[in-house]
Design a binder for this molecule. Structure first.
Ligand code: SAH
Ligand code: SF4
Length: 367
């Protein structure tokens, strides 16, 4: 089985030569895939018919199959099956304020991507963490989510009232779906290189966000890479103990070291960091939490997003009431933190990023 989408354009050109094809065949395939989102080799009409027939036997450009969609006004959740029978999820979100400012919000669609099947980090409030971990996603499985989402948007332009003439409908990519992107960094990085290739999909690094639970090694690597990718850090508590309770990974990637790695990142890149803060009633929404956050964050340039906890089956915790969220926002304001409340969009279908794994599981779709 050939999996050519794992290759960069350069590598695909080299491969063409080794199999006795002219190198420009690679560009032809690349153009079909990345500007027209055509992944059926038979539809690539400028390739010789005989070669298309041959390739159709054992070439897989798209290693994912769309098995279900769930739609709500502001988001569409897509369920994919991998070739070895696992399930992963991707969410198309209208105007995700997590990725902030820049262009006209009306034109923005954000795609929330998965990087792993499940997640090994087991944060106690997270649906994905609860299901466990199967494996890392391959490069073409990461890319396949983008291509399939574009195909869905192309085939159903009414979904978001889109009438954009451009081929690419998605303007922002966020690695906030299933999994921890820094634990699959090699593949995520390779996928990002392909997605940003000006000859192909051509999305800008600035429109890509990596969200991490605070993997130090990953932050160091991103600092070194020095591309203008956005970094989002899931914080959830300003206290070492509080954080360890919510996120077991912070025992081996402690809060102090995380803050040091982030300082280094910011000193080096000058880029603003987005902090994600899932608010759980009575756990991390107290005045002392706001006070702790002030002490922790004052040296940084940052955006602060709060996400009301979305209930996960089998976990006792509660979503703070609207009044309680308002009070926490006031606490934050009093200590000088201007927070953005991320709408609980997609609540019904559990399509808020980080909420993946839940609904399908109830339908007994296996990981
Ligand atoms: N593993 C990465 C990216 C995926 S999780 C990370 O942890 O950052 C994406 C976001 O969803 C994280 O900020 C996570 O804390 C949040 N999240 C997870 N479960 C949630 C829940 N039940 N309610 C609200 N937000 C949740
Ligand atoms: Fe993994 Fe992120 Fe969920 Fe934690 S919040 S279990 S790191 S996906």
């Amino acid at each position: 089985m050939k999996r050519w989408l794992n290759l960069s354009l350069e590598d695909l050109r080299t491969l063409m030569e080794t199999i006795g094809q002219p190198a420009h065949r690679a560009n032809q395939i690349w153009t079909w895939v990345w500007t027209k989102f055509v992944t059926d080799i038979q539809k690539m009409t400028d390739l010789p018919q005989k070669w298309r027939d041959e390739l159709s036997q054992d070439l897989v450009l798209l290693p994912l199959r769309l098995v279900d969609t769930l739609e709500e006004d502001e988001s569409i959740k897509l369920l994919f099956q991998t070739m070895d029978g696992h399930h992963i999820e991707t969410v198309i979100l209208k105007q995700d304020e997590a990725t902030e400012e820049t262009e006209d919000p009306k034109k923005r669609l954000t795609l929330c991507l998965s990087s792993q099947v499940g997640c090994p980090l087991g944060c106690v409030f997270c649906a994905t963490g609860k299901i466990g971990f199967a494996r890392n996603l391959e490069v073409d499985e990461i890319l396949g989510q983008v291509i399939l989402a574009e195909q869905v948007l192309q085939n159903h332009p009414h979904l978001f009232g889109l009438s954009l003439p451009s081929q690419r409908k998605i303007s922002n990519l966020v690695f906030m779906g299933m999994g921890e992107p820094f634990l699959n960094w090699e593949n995520v990085q390779k996928a990002i290189r392909i997605l940003t290739s000006p000859k192909g999909y051509g999305i800008g690094y600035r429109h890509i966000t990596i969200s991490t639970a605070g993997i130090l090694e990953g932050i160091h690597k991103l600092t070194e890479w020095n591309q203008p990718i956005r970094l989002a850090v899931s914080l959830h508590s300003p206290f070492r103990m509080g954080r360890e309770r919510l996120m077991p990974i912070s025992k081996t990637n402690p809060l102090d070291d995380l803050m040091m790695a982030l300082r280094e990142y910011q000193d080096h890149t000058g880029r603003r960091i987005t902090f994600e803060y899932t608010v759980i009633a009575g756990i991390n929404d107290r005045r002392e939490d706001a006070e702790g956050l002030r002490k922790l964050l004052f040296p940084f340039k940052y955006l602060f997003n709060i996400i009301p906890y979305n209930p996960v089956e089998g976990i006792e915790w509660e979503t703070p009431s609207p009044g309680r969220i308002k009070t926490f926002l006031r606490f934050l304001d009093e200590v000088g933190i201007s927070a953005t409340l991320r709408k609980s969009r997609g609540r019904k279908i559990a399509a808020g990023c980080g909420q993946l794994g839940l609904i399908w599981k109830n339908r007994e779709v296996k990981l």
